[in-house]
Structures are given as structure tokens and as C-alpha cells.
Design a protein around this ligand. Structure first.
Ligand code: SF4
Length: 244
């Protein structure tokens, strides 16, 4: 949302749907007008559950700002979604009928459950364990049957049904704010920058090619994210290629 120029450029590609992930704090009258005009831009706002949990993670007043954004979207008849980080602390609440009824009543049409993937070992206690991830998947199956008014996606949980990790250009890749092409936001390593290469070249960077050509992306692993689990290997690949 800090780069309105990019969002305006996306708005002009009316045959492509762009989900725009945002914490919602930069939503203002001008943005509401832009989303109103460009219906291919779909805001996906981060929310963590109740007001208490959302404000505890994101700051005081954030929940109320999100609710007022939702009310404005609904008033204008605009589609929007919610993105929820699922942790050991909120995994039950965010699957509850109470939370989802509230989102649905406010006009939300999609809920994206992003399982917490730690970046450092100190925060590993927030990452859902196997039983909790299984609970999430069971709830998703229930919600899809009982509450079809919204679309539910879980990440990385749903990757099992797409045959494993879809990072490194197998399904998508991520470009960071400096232009570095990374396998996935959860695997923030890069050996090529799209400021000096094309997207096609980035797709075939040594790191991406090595990740796709081995069995790494399809390997069995513990926890939700294979490339977090195998981060030592990704770091070794980066070191190996930059040493050449
Ligand atoms: S790196 Fe992790 S989160 Fe990203 S696509 Fe692969 S398994 Fe999913």
C-alpha cells in the first residue's frame, strides 16, 4: 500500500485478479475509490482473531481500523478477504464459528490461513505442531462443507493436495522489496535480482534450478514448511553458487 504506483498499474490489468495483502492501516478514501474503480484488485486484510488477539500482535486500534475498512468495502459492494496467521495461540479461535460468522457478516469472501513459520528458533513455540495443523485441516474440510459463502485456503497446509512445496517457480516465487527473487516469503534467500534480470531469467537462477531439479520440494518433512525445515540446505546451495 506504500507503493500506490504499483497498485494502480495492477488495476489497469483488468483481466488479472490481484489479491493485495495488507495490514489495512494505509486504507483511505483514495484507496477505497481505487478499489471501487478497479474491481480486479481484491484487498486481503490481516486479522488474527478477536480484537484482543489482533491488537496484541498488531498494535492497539488495529482491529477497529480493520472493521471500519470492512464496513466501507461492504457499503461499496466490494469483495475483500482476510488473512490470518495461525499460531499455537489462536488456531482454535480462528476456525471458530463465532469468528468466521463475524467476518462473513461484514462481507468477507475469502479467508487465507497462513500457518506461522518461524524465521528464528526463538519463535518456534508459535508454530502449530502436527496435531494442531491436522485440526486446522479438519476444520477447513468442515468449513468448506458448512460455510460455502466464503473460500478457505491454508498455506502451507493445502500444498499437500498440490503435490508438495510450490516455491522456487514450481508454482510461484517471491520478489522482495529490494528486487531479490526468493523461493518463497518463508524462504528468504536470493541469488538473483529482477532489477537486472528478466522474470524468466529469475525463474532459472542457479538456486531455483537446484531446488526444482532435486527432490527437495517434494521431500517428506516435519512441520508445515519444507524449505524452513531444510534451510541449512538452501543456505549451502546459495553459498555453493555464489562461490563459483
Ligand atoms: S517454502 Fe514452505 S511455505 Fe513456501 S511454498 Fe514451500 S512449503 Fe510452502
Amino acid at each position: 500500500m506504500l507503493r500506490r504506483d504499483i497498485i494502480e498499474a495492477a488495476g489497469k490489468k483488468q483481466n488479472i485478479l490481484f489479491p493485495i495483502f495488507t495490514n489495512g492501516t494505509y486504507m483511505n478514501e483514495r484507496y477505497f475509490d481505487l478499489f471501487d474503480k478497479c474491481r480486479n484488485l481484491v484487498p486481503i486484510m490481516s486479522i488474527e482473531g478477536s480484537k484482543e488477539i489482533t491488537d496484541a500482535r498488531r498494535g492497539k486500534g488495529i482491529y477497529d481500523k480493520l472493521i471500519s475498512n470492512m464496513d466501507e468495502f461492504k457499503k461499496r459492494g466490494l469483495i475483500f478477504g482476510a488473512s490470518v496467521t495461525v499460531t499455537t495461540e489462536n488456531y482454535k479461535e480462528v476456525c471458530s464459528d463465532e469468528f468466521l460468522s463475524e467476518l462473513s457478516a461484514r462481507g468477507c469472501k475469502a479467508v487465507i490461513f497462513v500457518e506461522y513459520v518461524p524465521v528464528t528458533e526463538e519463535s518456534e513455540d508459535l508454530a502449530p505442531d502436527d496435531a494442531q495443523r491436522e485440526y486446522l485441516q479438519e476444520q477447513l474440510t468442515r468449513l468448506r462443507a458448512e460455510r460455502p459463502e466464503m473460500v478457505y485456503i491454508s498455506f502451507p497446509g493445502d500444498e499437500k493436495s498440490s503435490g508438495g512445496c510450490v516455491a522456487a517457480g514450481r508454482g510461484f516465487f517471491h520478489i522482495n522489496s529490494h528486487g531479490g527473487a526468493e523461493p518463497c516469503p518463508f524462504s528468504p534467500y536470493s541469488d538473483i535480482n529482477v532489477r537486472s534480470s528478466s522474470l524468466r531469467e529469475a525463474m532459472h537462477s542457479p538456486l531455483f534450478t537446484a531446488l526444482r531439479s532435486g527432490d527437495i520440494l517434494l521431500d517428506d518433512h516435519e512441520g508445515g514448511c519444507v524449505l524452513y525445515e531444510k534451510r541449512d540446505l538452501v543456505e549451502a546451495l546459495i553459498a555453493q553458487h555464489s562461490a563459483r
